[in-house]
Write a protein that binds this ligand. Sequence first.
Ligand code: HEM
Length: 214
Amino acid sequence: MTATTTEKDGSGMARIAVVVAVILVAIPAWAWTRESARFYTMDLGFAFLGIYLPARLLALLGLVFMFFQFVLAARIPAVERLFKRGKLLKIHRSLGKWAYLMVLLHGVGMLAFDLVSSGEIYLYTETIVGLVALVLLTAAVLAAWFFKPLKLSLNQWRTIHLLTYIVFPLVIWHALMLGSTVNAVPTLRYLLIGLFAGYVVLLLFRLYRKFIVS
Ligand code: HEM
């Protein structure tokens, strides 16, 4: 095979990877639209239409973006053959900001919805798990963003950042237990289970690289 053929194969594969990523984002967006669009024809009030429903969309998209974060940072040889490591890390940093913002707005939105609609916040196991996940994620994100002002060593911020590996299974469980869209649209439910399976593979890959290869 010539160098040009290999390059063409590489850019073809890169395009396929981008299309797959777009499909992974489109599935929750489509599922949410299917389940929620009809509510916007009804007079259900600002709290429901302006906070509760958008907060659910943000959670669904944020969750898929969180999964991308693991793929972007895992230093997978097959992925690094398609995209430069520097580019992957650049996307990891900017996507991380959006993913965190979405998930933060979801959590705050859900708490605000309870307060606005019924004057109190309902906490039970599934929402507490969401809250714990959000706190851990906030620690992981802050350590990465402010490692210089916080005077963290490379090892310290990396260890804190690894909290995201605890956050992901927690939020998958939280979404499977609570999610109206997730439980109404089987394709979305399978997607979440697929993302969790992908996360397990990436985790095993990282552990293999850390403890067996090096
Ligand atoms: C303060 C923290 C959190 C609270 C109070 C909270 C609350 C909730 C509630 C009440 C639901 C059910 C909504 C429904 O009726 O369908 C839900 C769903 C969901 N949450 Fe959270 N959550 C929190 C944090 C998180 C985090 C950190 C994530 C990470 C991505 C997340 C992802 C999801 C997803 C994907 C759904 C499913 C949405 C749907 O199916 O429409 N949540 N959350």
